[in-house]
Design a protein around this ligand. Structure first.
Ligand SMILES: O=C(O)C(=O)[C@H](O)CO
Ligand code: MG
Length: 274
């Protein structure tokens, strides 16, 4: 089975953020990811990781003004200086948390502007981020996200993400393949894993039930089957990454907490949470 990381931005909403590390470790996770570390001192987060024997495997670069709806700066002409400051801050956090990868959110295509118009800005920003991240020994990830959840998000499809990774041409730029978004936008998920994982350009997976982003055993995707596909292809190509559990608990959230909804994980053959 693949190795699973708990997404602490979505799992354990019943707990304060800093208490979610311990909860994830108690549920058997060996790794965590979350959206943003910036509201906390890096040393506080590092001590929570260490105290609970957890690895940090992913977080996002600063997204711009999240409360006002911004979802990344990479494709926004005129925001390059802010983008660069954010990437440098993320790289500092990644060093302090010993986190190998940073997700750089693409941002929203401005109203009335064509996607193609902002693509040069996006590529230039990614190239710059790749160079800075490489100096620090980190990978930069880009993630196609569905437009039902984030209307006008610049990057929606796996093929577009892989074209952009090729265009940047840096070994440390990879695709974050979120199977939830992939199913909503384009489907044919198993075949896309078979197509893209062997390229060496998939840095991380994420999962959630489709369509409601709840536990992976709720909804239209057959995750045990997809895990077998990931296992099979990984055995052939040597992929050794993580699968982030990025869903909003439905089963356990109210009565018993997130743990009660982890039956899908405990039920997997040779369940590997770390
Ligand atoms: O929404 C997702 O799927 C993500 O992974 C992003 O990091 C959230 O903004
Ligand atoms: Mg995701």
């Amino acid at each position: 089975m693949p190795r699973f990381a708990a997404n602490l931005s979505m799992l354990y909403p019943e707990l304060d953020f800093l208490d979610r590390f311990e909860a994830a470790a108690k549920d058997g996770f060996a790794a965590v990811e979350y959206l943003f570390p910036y509201a906390y001192e890096a040393r506080e987060l590092a001590s929570r990781l260490a105290a609970n024997g957890l690895k940090q495997v992913l977080f996002n670069g600063p997204p711009g003004d999240w409360e006002r709806g911004e979802r990344g700066l990479a494709c926004l002409p005129g925001r390059e200086a802010e983008f660069r400051d954010g990437i440098l801050k993320a790289i500092d956090y990644a060093a302090a948390l010993d986190c190998p990868r940073i997700h750089v959110m693409a941002g929203l295509v401005p109203e009335g502007v064509e996607r193609e118009t902002v693509q040069p800005t996006y590529l230039e920003n990614l190239r710059w981020a790749a160079v800075e991240a490489a100096k620090a020994g980190r990978d930069v990830l880009i993630e196609p996200i569905n437009t039902r959840d984030i209307p006008r998000f610049f990057l929606n499809r796996q093929d577009h993400a892989h074209e952009l990774v090729e265009a940047v041409g840096a070994l440390n730029v990879q695709v974050q393949m979120d199977l939830y978004h992939c199913q909503i936008v384009e489907g044919d998920v198993a075949m896309k894993i078979r197509k893209y994982l062997p390229t060496g350009r998939v840095g991380h997976f994420q999962i959630a039930g489709v369509p409601d982003r709840n536990e992976p055993d709720i909804g239209e995707l057959n995750h045990p089957y997809l895990f077998e596909v990931i296992d099979e292809v990984s055995a052939q190509c040597g992929w050794q990454g993580w699968v982030g559990c990025e869903y909003r608990p439905r089963r356990g959230a109210v009565a018993d907490g997130t743990s009660a909804g982890l039956g899908w994980l405990r039920g997997l053959p040779r369940a590997a949470r770390g």
